[in-house]
Design a protein around this ligand. Structure first.
Ligand code: ADP
Length: 349
């Protein structure tokens, strides 16, 4: 079971917008999440696989079969949308069994398979209820059961949790992952919630302006973003314009920072990238030490496990995260916390 895009492009008729040169592969049992700002092309990528639109160029493959022009219902994919789209006049088992009815299974067989699938999503004791009697999270479990009941070749999840409140969203995240893992099914998740993507995906694809800008495991995206866009989109970040001023040294408006400058030459423009949790509070800094700064706190947000502080150090703001309860006015930015990204995009978020 695999889902694949080979250099797929699609432009909406009469416009120049759409998605361009998308290549992705989702293997058996793998969950790939697509994230990106609104309008970046996430839904269009999902629609191309679902068959709601057909590629202008390139191919879409399921288990190696080219399905680029295959009708949606013939693709054998399970789809779950944000609005659960359950049939209100049907019992839960009938809702779940609906795809089996379309496929011509007997009533007895349908009920048996639907009940087993409802059991798998924790709704086994509600088979004869109607959707109106369920909470949002429960309805989404039923929608998931319905998407999986006919043993689809892939699972497409389009913002499946965005209608749920925060606590339930976390719980359903784990639930979806558990069911997806048990089914061993290739899954494409579209979400605007980068935390959701990082927490459950095997691979995350970041889109911007209809193009994929980075695809990789969550850790790679977080720790080694290819540019300031990805850094800003995935988690919190400090992004400062800078220039290489010496061997393993960059100059910024804040002052100089030591870091690995790699094969960059003196004078090269860069974006300096540091995650807030890598900024270390220190007691009074030694004067004129590279990578140490003292400033004024301009924001101090208590978030429970951590505090997120903005420190104005004259040349700019340093964002940091700390577990300390004490006031923080001096910090160090260790060389291994600094990564240099291409110049040009500055604090796009
Ligand atoms: P996302 O899911 O990331 O919000 P979409 O895939 O919906 O992004 O949209 C990608 C681009 O295509 C956007 O510029 C959007 O305005 C455009 N678009 C989406 N749907 C249509 C449509 N039916 N007709 C014309 N343009 C569309």
């Amino acid at each position: 079971m695999s889902l694949r895009y080979d250099n797929v492009s699609y432009t909406y008729p009469g416009t120049s917008t759409g998605v361009f040169d998308i290549s992705l592969e989702i293997g058996r049992g793998e969950l790939l999440a697509i994230i990106g700002a609104s309008g970046s092309g996430k839904s269009t990528v999902l629609k191309l696989l679902a068959g709601f639109v057909q590629p202008s160029a390139g191919r879409v493959l399921i288990d190696g079969d080219d399905v680029s022009t295959t009708l949606p219902e013939a693709r054998r994919l399970g789809v779950v949308f944000q609005n659960y789209a359950l049939f209100p006049h049907m019992r839960l088992w009938e809702n779940v069994a609906y795809p089996l009815k379309v496929r011509g299974l007997s009533r007895g067989e349908r009920r048996e398979r639907a009940a087993a699938m409802l059991q798998r999503v924790g709704m086994g004791n509600r088979v004869d209820d109607f959707p109106a009697a369920l909470s949002g999270g429960q309805q989404q479990r039923v929608a998931l059961a319905r998407a999986l009941v006919f043993e689809p070749r892939g699972l497409l999840l389009d913002e499946p949790l965005s209608a749920l409140d925060a606590g339930l969203r976390m719980e359903m995240r784990d639930e979806i992952l558990r069911v997806q893992r048990a089914a061993g099914i290739a899954t494409l998740l579209v979400t605007h919630d980068q935390e959701e993507a990082l927490s459950i995906a095997d691979k995350v694809a970041v889109m911007r302006d209809g193009r994929l800008i980075q695809v990789g495991p969550p850790r790679a995206l977080y720790e080694t973003p290819v540019n300031a866009d990805v850094a800003a989109f995935v988690g919190q970040s400090n992004l400062w314009p800078g220039r290489v001023t010496g061997a393993n040294l960059v100059g910024t408006a804040l002052g100089p920072l030591a870091c690995d400058t790699g094969d960059r030459a003196i004078g090269d423009a860069v974006t300096v990238f540091v995650r807030p949790e890598r900024v270390t509070p220190v007691d009074e800094p030694a004067t004129a030490v590279v990578g140490q700064f003292t400033g004024t706190v301009v924001a101090d947000r208590y978030l429970g496990p951590v505090r997120r502080i903005d420190l104005d150090v004259g040349g700019g703001i340093i964002k940091l995260e700390t577990h300390l309860r004490e006031p923080v006015t001096s910090v160090a930015i260790p060389p291994d916390a600094v990564r240099l990204l291409p110049a040009g995009l500055q604090n796009p978020a």
